[in-house]
Design a protein around this ligand. Structure first.
Ligand code: AMP
Ligand code: MG
Length: 482
């Protein structure tokens, strides 16, 4: 039996009703071709290795056909962008195809770049090859790092021209996640004064994605607490690997605590706590060091949206929601410290651990030392501190810190540290190399990088994949345009 015949496509979200989405076919890519696919993501779906050779697979993932049971739809959401209420946004270029039943539970498949929808506003409904490659590589790289994220199954491309700062070509990236619902889905119905729809959405989400909240005295409060805790975990993950999202608007915040909507993201090279990866973010609202507090702000926007679901006096109800959001702080602090301890190779918990970690980060910042390499070289520093010292300007200060660390660290640290401090992350210049080759029709570098990034804790075969960025990387600018 062929893959499409084997698959049933439940569309649980479609059961919610038409005010939540619009059903419509994709505007497919003309004369499409394969650009890339992820065998690891396909395996997650339980799909065989050669699935791209299935009849119609290219047509389906280029938006030109559907397999039986698929029901493309675009959902409605709103959100706060850069701290300001932005009104209705919605899936302007994403189409939900339905879910695949997998050994890991149902997974939604979504085309990104499948053409105009009722929510496209001034956009063209398209995604360009450049940003699709970045999303594809980073989704799979984050998963390999153990960071919660939406996944990427494949990219299809076309010669169809798309206007951005320059003329580029169109692509579609297929994303996979248990749910693509965002904080903004709840904000949408709260803002439009639709408590009935808000309640239906909350009940649906809890039934399918947060069943442990269903029996709580106040399910909406339990849900908010759950989202707060998952978001805290996600922020600790991001901070620990030096990942900057770039556009932490509430419409880009996953209700499952997944990294969602890869745009002008970046892994830091030289460590600067105020690093801003999004060239369009001129005030630095989404700077690296601000991400945890922005997430907390976003959770307050979600709390506000959930308020109409609570019974009783609004002020007291608001207090109960704020209390649920408050859980974020302690969880983030605890998760962050746990990750820093692991990165430092520490076992057990001692009072001075936070200061030890903070002081290393301060030294890194003072030297603009490479984030990924500093931690990786620290993993080796018990045996040989010289490569680490090379990254720092004030070596006496580093040596003093190393002495404190030596006194605290326990045997076997190197192996433990190498398992949590990656050698390879998707630095901008690595992605750029794959993009430039792909724009010339050579997709080999995407595949090569995909495989290197699937094993981020191994030393790569090519030392340049792990090395400090070349000089030209400093001039790369990543904007919102995608
Ligand atoms: P983003 O900044 O990518 O998270 O997108 C914010 C909003 O703009 C969402 O509603 C997107 O669906 C929409 N959007 C972004 N790019 C496009 C595009 N090229 N065409 C239509 N809608 C878009
Ligand atoms: Mg978005």
């Amino acid at each position: 039996m062929s893959l499409p015949d084997r698959l049933a496509w439940p569309n649980r979200f479609a059961s919610l009703g038409p005010e939540f989405f619009t059903e419509l076919p994709a505007q497919g890519l003309p004369e499409p071709h394969w650009v890339a696919h992820s065998p690891v993501c396909a395996a997650l779906l339980g799909w065989p290795a050669g699935w791209t050779a299935q009849p119609d697979a290219l047509a389906v993932f280029a938006g030109n056909a559907t397999w039986p049971g698929m029901r493309p739809l675009a959902s409605a959401y709103s959100g706060h962008q850069f701290g300001v209420w932005a009104g209705q946004l919605g899936d302007g270029r994403a189409l939900w195809l339905g879910e695949v039943d997998t050994p890991h539970g149902p997974q939604e498949l979504q085309l990104k770049g499948g053409g105009l929808t009722p929510y496209s506003r001034r956009g063209d409904g398209r995604a360009v090859l450049r940003s699709s490659i970045r999303e594809f590589l980073c989704s799979e790289a984050m998963a390999a790092l153990g960071v919660p994220t939406t996944r990427a199954l494949c990219i299809t491309g076309s010669r169809l021209p798309v206007m951005r700062e320059t003329v580029e070509t169109a692509a579609i990236v297929t994303r996979v996640a248990p749910s693509f619902l965002r904080f903004g889905h709840f904000e949408h119905f709260a803002h439009h004064g639709r408590p009935d729809a808000l309640r239906a959405l909350a009940e649906w989400f809890i039934a399918h994605h947060a069943p442990d909240c269903a029996d709580a005295p106040e399910p909406a409060v339990a849900l908010l607490r759950k989202v707060a805790l998952q978001t805290a975990d996600l922020m600790a993950h991001w901070q620990a690997v030096g990942f900057c999202h770039g556009v932490m608007n509430t419409d880009n915040m996953s209700l499952l605590g997944l990294t969602l909507d890869y745009g002008p993201f970046g892994f830091m090279d030289g460590f600067d706590p105020m690093h801003v990866c999004n060239h369009s973010d001129d005030r630095g609202r989404y700077a690296y060091a601000r991400q945890p507090s922005v997430a907390f702000w976003n959770l307050h926007a979600l709390a506000q949206a959930l308020l109409p679901l609570l019974d009783g006096e609004p002020e007291a109800a608001g207090e109960r929601l704020l209390d649920a959001v408050e859980a974020y702080r302690e969880r983030f602090a605890q998760q962050m410290l746990g990750r820093l301890r692991a990165k430092l190779g520490l076992e057990g918990e001692q009072a001075g651990d936070q200061a030890l970690a903070d002081d290393f980060l301060k030294l890194m910042a003072a030297s603009r030392a490479d984030f990924t390499q500093s931690w990786r070289r620290l993993s080796r520093a018990l045996a040989d501190p010289e490569p680490l010292r090379d990254l720092f300007i004030d070596r006496a200060a580093l040596d003093a810190w190393l002495a404190r660390w030596h006194a605290r660290v326990t045997p076997g640290a190197e192996a433990r540290m190498r398992a949590v401090n990656p050698a390879v992350v998707l630095r901008n210049h690595l992605a750029e190399g794959a993009i430039r080759a792909a724009q010339q029709g050579d997709f080999g570098e995407i595949e090569r990088l995909r495989d290197v990034l699937a094993r981020p804790f191994d030393e790569p075969l090519l030392p340049s994949d792990a090395a400090l960025p070349p000089d030209w990387a400093a001039t790369l600018e990543v904007s919102c345009s995608s």
